[in-house]
Design a protein around this ligand. Structure first.
Ligand code: NAD
Length: 264
């Protein structure tokens, strides 16, 4: 175990199971000495998250549904009461109706557009505001995004629009909180096999396509994403804010499929 995060306390939101990106990040942060509080969405996830919390000695495991502002208030009230202040927060939360993560973006309904935006984008602003209020001596916030925010990915649809707004939120929040030495960044991960990832139609095809065409010819792991989150949360990234940091085996730099793929 290293000590990059020794003496630091923070909140990790979005662990659903051991495949979750948030779990990769929680493990990386804990391995460097961070004390971590976890949230879970509802009792069914709670039953999966509590044993994981025990693995990283996380004693604060709190329910939170970001559609309900009162449940967010309760989480931050508890953190303030138990710890007084926090040093970091990871937001790894997204949702959209599966039936709209396929077909045409143009067919997105007003109801699902709004819900997707609230859960996948605005909740980060709501979390950031509450977290900043209990960050004493500076801090670091990270959210999770995807390349579908800046380029069209088939079927990603309304989630791509929400991620674009989320990435813009990162920049505005970084400007808001920078004077208080609070940094705000996003990690843009390549496709990972998770519950949320599986909600996108043809996810398996996109997963395989990235593996064959990314410069490193492999998919992204939750451990790799966790390493980048750890860096952004740690003092190694003290000069970094407002960034969208890609952890995608380099896929985002390519403008066309790999030549070996085309020659096959
Ligand atoms: P996941 O299913 O493991 O995690 C998604 C989490 O969002 C779950 O813990 C779920 O409980 C939570 N969530 C959804 N609605 C919520 C609500 N109303 N209140 C509270 N929590 C809620 O999947 P993941 O892939 O680890 O997703 C984490 C983040 O990473 C998401 O923002 C996702 O968009 C992003 N991301 C995923 C991929 C991928 O390919 N899997 C790639 C890039 C970015």
């Amino acid at each position: 175990m290293g000590d990059l995060m020794q003496g630091k306390r923070g909140l990790v939101m979005g662990v659903a199971n051991h495949n979750s990106i948030a779990w990769g990040a929680a493990k990386a942060l804990a391995s460097q000495g961070a004390e971590i509080a976890l949230t879970y969405q509802g009792d069914a996830f709670g039953r999966r998250v509590k044993p994981l919390a025990a693995e990283i000695d996380s004693r604060l495991v709190l329910p939170c549904d970001v559609e309900d502002p009162a449940s967010l208030d309760a989480v931050f009230d508890t953190l303030k009461r138990e710890w007084g202040s926090i040093d970091f927060v990871l937001h790894a939360i997204a949702f959209s109706d599966k039936s709209e993560l396929k077909g045409l973006y143009a067919d997105t309904t007003r109801e699902n557009f709004t819900r997707t935006m609230v859960i996948s984008c605005f909740s980060f602003t709501e979390v950031a505001k509450r977290a900043a209020a209990i960050m004493g001596n500076g801090g670091s916030m990270v959210t999770m995004t995807y390349g579908g925010a800046v380029r069209v990915m088939p079927n990603y649809n309304v989630m791509g629009v929400a991620k674009a707004a989320l990435e813009a939120s990162v920049r505005y929040l970084a400007a808001d909180f920078g004077p208080r030495n609070i940094r705000v960044n996003a990690v843009s991960a390549g496709p990972v096999r998770t519950l949320a990832g599986a909600g996108v139609s043809d996810a398996r095809l996109m997963f395989n396509y990235q593996r064959r065409n990314a410069p490193m010819r492999r998919n992204t792991t939750i451990e790799e994403v966790g390493g980048a989150v750890l860096y952004l949360m740690s003092e190694l990234a003290n000069g970094v804010t407002g960034e969208i940091h890609y952890v995608d085996s380099g896929y985002n730099i390519m403008s066309m499929p790999a030549l070996d793929e085309l020659k096959e």
